[in-house]
Design a protein around this ligand. Structure first.
Ligand code: AMP
Length: 292
């Protein structure tokens, strides 16, 4: 067992970047061969987040989780206001699941020069489709905050969920553009027993709304079945859209895209991945699945 773990067994809570930077510098000095795993989150933690912590714990000697509801990635101020915040329960879950350090920064610790500080990056076109097209500025905010976190934590590995599939592509592009020395690990989507992708936003849904939201999963599964007999991608997209609209959610987009470049697919000789964004009342949900 590394020295560090003999000395520290309880979760350490840190709320400012300088304290975290100096703690991690000490850790590195004492444990030069140890690896640091990092899991950025916006809190309201659920088992999907915990699956990332567990994986990080297995693969690294020290695990840092950040909890920060990042204002610059919300294109809708009401969505930011409504976003669930459950700090105490989050800390308890992290502590129970072997996380070593939780970083709970205030907004001015992450944005000391204000929220309008410029951030430039070439997204290589991935910000023009799906989430990028429907949530202007969202990925810029995501890249900006993760860039700041990577500079503070300097992790060896960082863990992200495939539920936010396009986000993983944005983070990989960030790493390339800003030359961060971190390995990006994409982890599978955890679902409820009925199939709803776990999400912090599910806390805002009633039981009936959760039931209605299963149409997302059912549509993705139908896509996996129907692609076997459908070679026309436009027709398949249409059929899935009609199926989805029989439910009670408001569809924002349903797209079949190539998971490698996120561009629309023309035929099923390429990998086909289905991406859905929809509103259940005021709550926006996203999900995705490989179809072939
Ligand atoms: P969030 O707190 O929603 O920003 O999510 C933090 C991280 O957890 C992101 O990398 C998400 O993709 C990931 N995540 C969220 N929901 C799930 C899930 N159901 N399964 C696996 N990972 C998830």
């Amino acid at each position: 067992m590394p020295l560090w773990h003999l000395a520290v067994s309880a979760l350490i809570t840190i709320d400012n970047s300088s304290a975290l930077i100096s703690l991690l510098a000490d850790f590195r000095k004492q444990n030069p061969d140890a690896k640091i795993g990092f899991v950025p989150t916006m809190g309201a933690l659920h088992q999907g987040h915990i699956s990332l912590i567990t994986r990080a714990k297995k693969e690294n000697q020290l695990v840092v989780c950040s909890i920060f509801v990042n204002p610059t990635q919300f294109n809708d101020p009401k969505d930011l206001e409504r976003y669930p915040r459950t700090a105490e329960a989050d800390a308890a879950m992290l502590s129970d699941n072997g996380c070593d350090i939780v970083y709970f920064p205030a907004v001015d610790d992450i944005y000391p020069n204000g929220l309008n500080e410029p951030f430039d990056m070439d997204f290589g076109g991935i910000d023009n489709v799906m989430e990028g097209a429907h949530r202007p500025g969202h990925f810029k905010g995501v890249a900006q905050v993760v860039d700041r976190f990577f500079r503070i934590v300097r992790p060896d590995r960082a863990y992200f969920g495939q539920k936010d599939f396009q986000q993983v592509a944005v983070i990989r592009q960030l790493v390339k553009e800003k030359k961060h020395a971190v390995e990006i690990i994409a982890c599978p989507t955890l679902r409820s027993t009925q199939g709803l992708a776990l999400s912090s936003r599910n806390m805002l849904l009633s039981e009936e709304e959760k039931e209605n939201s299963l149409i997302i999963y059912k549509t993705l599964l139908s896509g996996q079945n129907w692609i076997k007999d459908n070679s026309d991608i436009t027709e398949l997209t249409e059929k899935l859209t009609v199926f989805f609209k029989k439910g009670n959610l408001h569809l924002e987009y349903l797209e079949l895209a190539n998971p490698e470049n996120l561009q629309p697919v023309k035929n099923k000789n390429q990998p086909v991945h289905c991406f859905i964004a929809a509103f259940c009342g005021k709550v926006r949900l996203i999900d995705n699945m490989r179809l072939n």
